[in-house]
Design a protein around this ligand. Structure first.
Ligand SMILES: [Zn+2]
Length: 309
């Protein structure tokens, strides 16, 4: 048998009216509906299924066959279908619950947990109604403000510190947070640049801004992993990636023969000719021959001229 869409919709409406009537003032958690009961003989099997698919009902096996109970969103759906969303009664009750909840977090610095029964007593509402309201998140849906949550379902209620604050568009919030994180990252990068070699970004390996240059004057020295050294005293040295870093041609190579030495008969010393070359010293080299000493001094130069990373 095919059921027309209109018939199906009417049947869902009817089911809601019957369910709400049977629920009465009870809590949705403890009220089970028996689909075999006479009251539901008009309700189609497809309707029960549809209500479960929509998560308005949940199925529980009782006495050996399926029974149903309303979910929080099912309870809301029932209220709205019954026109309670527009009526003053629902707003009045939810207002009472909101005031009782708010009183607990007023002047507090943390979330507060209260018993459901206490909240019901203070608000003058029935515990069942309070249960249904919390289970369906009524306060947030009705007022678009931060509501309460279960700490222990049906027993304890957590009232968040930001209770009653306007609900925020979280995507907008996340976007703002992301932007902030990016700004922070940019700032950190700039700071890191201040603490690294401005040419090759090698980190600082040592810094001292109170180097005594004389009795009266303090100087500074900052060294970087690339070999660069900034100082206002002696010993400054350029970064190997600096285009002004001395070329090998900026050194005068002094060869010396040591005939009495058994093995290392030649040595070579590089003496800086330019201001830059004078700042970068190259260790002297030894060789069994003059050529070998020459080769070694070039290797020594390359070691100090090698850029960081
Ligand atoms: Zn550098």
């Amino acid at each position: 048998m095919t059921i027309s869409r209109a018939h199906q919709t009417q049947n869902v409406d009817l089911a809601f009216r019957l369910l709400v009537a049977e629920l009465g003032d009870r809590a949705i958690l403890v009220t089970f509906f028996d689909p075999r009961s006479d009251s539901y003989k008009e309700i189609l099997a497809t309707t029960w299924k549809e209500l479960c698919d929509q998560r308005w009902l949940e199925e529980r096996e009782l006495y050996g066959y399926p029974h149903y109970r309303l979910t929080g969103s099912g309870w809301m759906e029932a209220l709205w279908r019954a026109g309670a969303g527009e009526g003053p009664e629902l707003r009045e009750s939810s207002g009472k619950l909101a005031r009782a909840s708010k009183a607990h977090v007023k002047d507090r610095r943390e979330d507060v947990i209260v018993e459901l029964s206490k909240l019901a007593e203070e608000s003058g509402l029935s515990p069942s109604w309070v249960f249904n309201a919390i289970e369906s998140n009524l306060l947030e849906i009705l007022h678009r403000k931060r509501g309460v949550q279960w700490e222990d379902r049906g027993i304890l209620v957590k009232i968040p510190l930001n209770f009653g604050l306007d609900l925020i568009d979280h995507t907008a919030d996340l976007r703002a947070e992301l932007q902030e994180a990016q700004n922070e990252l940019e700032h950190t990068k700039q700071q890191l640049e201040e603490y690294s070699c401005p040419i090759c970004r090698a980190p600082i390996t040592f810094q001292d801004y109170n180097v005594p240059l004389s009795d009266q004057v303090d100087g500074f020295v900052v060294t970087y992993a690339c070999g660069r050294c900034d100082t206002d005293g002696y010993g400054a040295r350029p970064c190997p990636s600096d285009p002004r870093f001395p070329k090998l041609e900026e050194y005068e190579l002094h060869f010396q023969e040591h005939p009495s030495e058994p093995t290392w008969k030649w040595s070579c010393t590089a003496v800086g000719k330019t201001l830059m070359a004078k700042q970068v010293s190259i260790s002297h080299a030894m060789g069994q021959t003059k050529e070998e000493a020459h080769k070694r001094i070039i290797e020594n130069y390359q070691r100090v001229a090698d850029p960081w990373r």
